[in-house]
Design a protein around this ligand. Structure first.
Ligand code: TNX
Length: 498
């Protein structure tokens, strides 16, 4: 029954709802018709029937989508919704189109996966739901291996079912530059050609990228573009040799090491480069965030690193966006105010990572929590598995992905300063979209549950709060929908898979 677990779900008495051939989707309120159009398309794809969308009050047996402020309490308006199912019909109430769209995802999961049966029924239920965190993200590394627009759209289709609302695209790295920059066509013409292990490169033209961002936005997903700097820049240096100390381009890189490349800090050509790429990507981005990476800068001297991130986060602010960076960015106490940190160290912090994460809060920002030993979806689930990396030193099982809590990772970092959670998929070893899905599902469902479902009570330990067996039961029901949609997932042990 529904992943992520809703804040409140009540199975009510009475006869089930039956979707007849004459059922319609009745809409009221701004944005309801668009959400209804997506639901109609989903019912057509999943169940082989497309109800008409009508701007009329619902009749017996219709699905109603109503968007109005009073449908949800003020504090849950952004994405909250109610869903009621009984013999008379289905009703989704929300204050925003985003809320209604989240409610539609719950309905899709309540509809039987084998809904081609004529007519299908949905058991009576009442749901009152809203997310714990505003940010629930998935990251796709399109730099190590490239994934085209249609593949990323398919990925978006799969993540929205879990109410994931941010797609972080890791657009640049040593192995490739994937976003067209009009003022520097060589970044993609040269830097876009390569990928790990000699795989075909590729890039998004600005037009393709806009189309992708619009596709995501229609599904209430915000794209967060990442331009990783000052490290992870070999592909940019190959394309723009004026950025190197001697003006000589390095060799293209198709291996999987990290931490060897760096921009030349304080160099006027570097500043011009940062300004241009940040401005163009900001202009392509309707969402509030632009991610600067700034991780693993082992080839950048410490003082240069500090100087660079102060400069670059302010360039992002000047371009009208909020900078985001991996937690190393918190080494600087001179970030643009409000800069967001993304914590990637373990569920139990090591070294200075906790301190670095807290630095974002001191500077008026917040933190996205992505512990590498729980939320990195490229880490193997079993020893010797391929694809996958094993640098964390332990497998990331379904249990490791589920049994932790964002507010119990960094001491002193509570929900008030946590923007949300994100599960990154790095693609050094992942080269097809099927492999992407195999790594992402089902573990993304655990991260989505942590991001959406209510916080466990302070008095309850996290092992007790996250009931793996109960989760596994809901996951198995969800998997029937994955099967129907052709989404690939790994049949991890401990789940009664369909
Ligand atoms: C670390 S943690 C990276 C990436 C790698 C990933 C592989 C972080 C911000 N960067 O460069 O792809 O590990 O798991």
């Amino acid at each position: 029954m529904v992943v992520p677990r809703p804040a409140l779900i009540e199975h009510t008495a009475g006869a089930p709802f039956l979707l007849s051939d004459t059922a319609r989707i009745s809409v009221a309120g701004a944005g309801a018709a668009d959400v209804a159009g997506l639901l109609a398309a989903e019912l057509a794809a999943d169940c082989g029937r497309r109800p008409d969308v009508v701007q009329e009050p619902p009749a017996f047996g219709d699905i109603a989508i109503v968007i109005a402020d009073h449908e949800v309490p003020a504090e849950h308006r952004a994405e909250g919704y109610t869903l009621e199912v009984d013999a008379g019909g289905v009703r989704i109430g929300a204050a925003t189109a985003a809320g209604a769209f989240r409610g539609v995802q719950t309905l899709r999961q309540l509809v039987p996966a084998d809904c081609r049966e004529d007519p299908f029924t949905v058991s009576p239920v009442r749901v009152e739901d809203h997310p714990r965190y505003a940010y629930r993200g998935a990251m796709l590394d399109v730099a190590r291996h490239f994934f085209g627009v249609e593949e990323v759209k398919r990925f978006i289709d799969a993540i929205v079912l879990l109410k994931v609302n941010h797609l972080h695209l890791h657009l640049t790295d040593d192995q490739g530059w994937r976003i067209e920059i009009l003022s520097r066509p060589e970044l993609t013409a040269v830097g876009g050609r390569t990928a790990v292990g000699g795989a075909p490169g590729g890039f998004y033209t600005q037009e393709q990228y806009r189309d992708l961002v619009a596709y995501a936005a229609e599904r209430h997903v915000t794209v967060v573009p990442e331009l990783d700097m000052p490290g992870h820049v070999n592909a940019a240096l190959v394309a723009c040799p004026e950025l190197t100390p001697d003006g000589v381009a390095p060799e293209p890189y198709t291996g999987t090491d990290v931490g060897f490349s760096s921009l030349l800090v304080g160099h006027p050509a570097t500043e011009r480069f940062v300004r241009e790429v940040v401005r163009e990507v900001a202009a392509l981005t309707p969402g509030p965030y632009l991610h600067l990476g700034a991780d693993e800068c082992l080839a950048t001297p410490h003082d240069d690193y500090l100087r660079f991130v102060a400069f670059a986060t302010k360039e992002v602010a000047t371009a009208g966006k909020t900078a985001v960076g991996w937690h190393e960015l918190g080494r600087s106490d001179d970030l643009a105010p409000g800069t967001i940190g993304q914590y990637w160290d373990f569920v139990t912090p090591r070294g200075t990572s906790a301190q670095e994460a807290l630095s974002f809060v001191r500077q008026g920002g917040a933190v996205i929590v992505s512990p590498a030993d729980a939320a990195y979806l490229d880490i193997v689930t079993a020893e010797g598995e391929h694809p996958g990396l094993a640098w964390t030193g332990r497998r990331t099982t379904l249990r490791s992905a589920l049994v932790w809590d964002p507010a119990r990772v960094v001491p002193g970092l509570a929900d008030a300063h946590i923007l949300g959670v994100e599960a990154p998929l790095w693609t050094e070893t992942v080269s097809t979209i099927e492999e992407v899905e195999l790594m992402v599902f089902p573990r993304l469902a655990a991260i989505a549950e942590i991001g959406w479902s209510p916080a466990p009570a302070d008095t309850v330990d996290v092992e007790t709060a996250r009931d793996l067996d109960e989760f596994a039961g809901r996951l198995a029901e969800l998997a029937a929908h994955w099967d129907a949609a052709g989404t690939v997932y790994r049949r991890l042990p401990g789940v009664p898979w369909p």
